[in-house]
Design a protein around this ligand. Structure first.
Ligand code: TSB
Ligand code: ZN
Length: 650
């Protein structure tokens, strides 16, 4: 057989040669350094026979390619072996440890176990130590092909392996990978020797996981690890993880008393505490004013409707899984609305419209209910009751491009004020093969998708396409952000819909007197107040700009004799509409400052003798760069500055 090297050279090798044979043929140095290989672009290991005629490259430390996939997988074997040795040392027979799967994953690996007694988090360092020892032993990782019968015999004690082996074809060889006295059924590929595995790994946690992900099956114990080629990368990853935890909106929400959920009210139904409600109210005022200035008309509509409404709209057929069950009352069937569109459509149809009136933009802070899976619920970012900063734009076909642009620009405008960066535009298209989720009409979809693509193109926005993420009624431009937990989420959305106007037989009177069908643009500007607030908390790590901060100013008198002055200032700021408090507790000044800092109050005004005499304050301001101090600030100037900052939403 022969293989082709990256420089085009051909290498003749004996039949059945592996990448290690190829490396040896090139030179002993490379054979020493090689960790893995690619054959025709696919990652393989040094122990697997190469296909005849393959184009190969050798993976080394200097040319690591996707080596991480391999060493993460091999580390899961090291983990598996270490856990075996751990229980053997405790006196359990080898067969007492049974194993599910152990793949590599993003940033690391895991392995599932059925153990004679559960592993606790405290035991993980010990397991890690054994893993490092296994690496230190420098064991060759050996691949072998065996027949199905032999495989079944070898793993007879392990029902999980037996199940997997039984499902493999009878006539194909089954591969084992062994290191020392540890053998596992595995397709590979792996590193050639445990000694080549990186030490930059860490076991993170354990959790329960159903065998094969099926809740009817037994629960296995899953051990997770993270692994990188270098300690530097591992440290950086752990630092980011800490940072993410620090920003997690659920944690900050608790610390700042912003929201909570109550056991007796139910999961996914958050309660907004006064602090969180303040943030929300400020956002709502901000966005409603923006919309009014852009010609949106705000309405209020009921949060429920007869199920009939959703049968007409198509939600009944295409969105049923996300809806709460029907409420039966006398002769009527009611449902909680999962979307506001049909209600706004009723408002549009309430009166006839002429072409001159269009676009008509109906907006509402509309409450909706969606039956999200309980496992999916996350703080405020994924809930079951939510209020969407929603609008439906009814326009003529010739107005589509201008309205799409206006909607996207309004989003950009708001993001500018909020200081958001690091979001991306996703063009969410239908999956043409999914006939269940999507209304079927090729021409309609092609035309709507083309319009959105054109709109994004004309605005010069970079975007990526995502088939299968459209709404059932039309394609969307989604604005994607990343949560502290690393999850990709949709914040704002602009959706083009030719379907609902048809289902509800919407009309306008055209210039020539004929009746024409309008087009709908669904648009969530700030997203739901829930998801937006969650995102804002994580973006700012709770350090809100003045206009959004639930508690804006803390006045700290140094001694009791400054209390009157503090209250006088408080009353003046309060009269200017600022959210101010005086800490006239008997605590020491340092303790009061720390308390205000922990509460993330952006402005601290410290007042003592000197300040009182000159009608001044000592200012401590929290900024993204840390705390800034200004001494001897004239109170009247400061008041004007604070009011201006608030009003300009700086
Ligand atoms: C924009 N009918 C349209 C509307 O007119 C609509 O409802 N679109 S949506 O289904 O995409 O929802 C709008 C936004 O609500 C989403 O982009 C997302 O930001 C937010 N959202 C959706 N589900 C949840 C949830 N479970 N919790 C919090 N926010 C959610
Ligand atoms: Zn809608």
């Amino acid at each position: 057989m022969h293989v082709t090297l990256p420089d085009g050279k051909q290498l003749d090798l004996p039949d059945g040669a592996t990448a290690l044979d190829a490396a040896k043929a090139i030179g002993p140095r490379l054979a020493q350094d090689a960790l893995a290989a690619t054959a025709n672009g696919e990652l393989t290991d040094l122990m697997t026979p190469l296909p005849d005629g393959a184009r190969i490259t050798l993976v080394t430390k200097k040319n690591p390619g996707d080596a991480a996939a391999l060493f993460r997988h091999s580390l899961s074997h090291a983990l598996s072996m270490a856990v075996g040795e751990y229980y053997e040392a405790k006196g359990f027979p080898k067969e007492a440890v049974k194993r599910g799967v152990g793949p590599y994953i993003e940033n690391g690996f895991y392995q599932d176990f059925d153990l004679p007694e559960p592993l606790r988090e405290e035991d993980l360092p010990e397991i890690e130590k054994i893993m490092r020892d296994i690496i230190g032993r420098g064991l060759d990782i050996v691949r072998s092909d065996v027949g199905k019968q032999k495989a079944l015999e070898q793993f007879g004690y392990d029902p999980y392996k037996v199940e997997l082996i039984s499902e493999l074809p009878d006539d194909e060889p089954i591969t084992f990978y062994a290191q020392g006295d540890y053998v596992d059924l595995c397709r590979g590929p792996h590193f050639p020797n445990t000694g080549k595995l990186p030490q930059a790994f860490k076991l993170m946690s354990t959790s329960g996981a159903y065998w094969r992900g099926n809740e009817k099956n037994p629960i296995l114990q899953r051990v997770y690890g993270v692994a990188f080629a270098t300690q530097k990368e591992l440290d950086e990853y752990l630092r980011l993880l800490e940072e993410a935890k620090r920003r997690d909106h659920r944690r900050i929400g608790k610390e700042m008393d912003l929201f909570f959920t109550s056991e007796v009210i139910g999961p996914g139904l958050p309660l907004w505490l006064p602090g969180g409600a303040t943030i929300r109210r400020e956002l709502e005022r901000f966005v409603v004013d923006k919309e009014l200035a852009q010609g949106y008309q705000h309405v209020y509509t009921p949060i429920m409707a007869k199920s009939e409404l959703y049968k007409i709209s198509g939600h009944w057929d295409h969105y049923n899984e996300d809806m709460f069950p029907v409420m039966k009352m006398d002769e009527e069937e009611l449902v909680l609305r999962p979307m506001n569109c049909p209600h706004h459509i009723q408002i549009y149809s309430h009166k006839p419209h002429s072409y001159r009136e269009l676009p008509i933009k109906i907006a509402e802070l509309g409450m909706m209910h969606r039956y999200e899976q309980s496992g999916q619920l996350t703080g405020l970012s994924r809930v079951r009751e939510m209020t969407l900063n929603d609008a439906h734009i009814f326009c003529r076909p010739d107005q589509i491009q201008a309205e799409l642009r206006a909607a996207i620009e309004l989003i950009q405008d708001c993001y500018n004020v909020l200081g958001f960066t690091g979001f991306s535009y996703r063009l969410s298209l239908r999956d043409p093969n999914d006939t269940e989720k999507y209304f079927q009409d090729d021409e309609m979809w092609n035309s709507a998708e083309a319009q959105l693509r054109e709109g994004l193109g004309k605005m010069g926005l970079e975007f990526y396409e995502s088939p299968g993420d459209a709404a059932f009624y039309g394609p969307k431009v989604d604005i994607q952000v990343r949560s502290a937990l690393g999850k990709d989420e949709t914040l704002s959305t602009v959706q083009l819909d030719f379907l609902l106007p048809q289902k509800f037989e919407l009309e306008y009177v055209a210039e020539d007197g004929s009746r024409q069908r309008p087009v709908m643009i669904h648009r969530g500007l700030l997203s739901t107040m829930e998801r937006m607030t969650a995102f804002l908390i994580e973006q700012t790590a709770g350090n809100f700009p003045l206009w959004l901060a639930p508690r804006q100013v803390a006045i700290i008198p140094i001694a009791d004799r400054h209390n009157d002055y503090a209250w006088e200032l408080r009353n003046e700021l309060h009269a200017a509409g600022l959210r101010v408090e005086v800490d006239d507790s008997s605590n020491r000044m340092q303790a009061k400052v720390r308390e205000a800092e922990l509460s993330r109050i952006p402005f601290m005004l410290i007042v003592g003798d000197k300040e009182q005499e000159a009608r001044e304050v000592s200012l401590r301001e929290r900024t993204a760069e840390g705390t800034q101090e200004r001494k001897g600030v004239k109170f009247d100037d400061l008041k004007a500055e604070l009011v201006k900052r608030r009003d300009t939403r700086a």
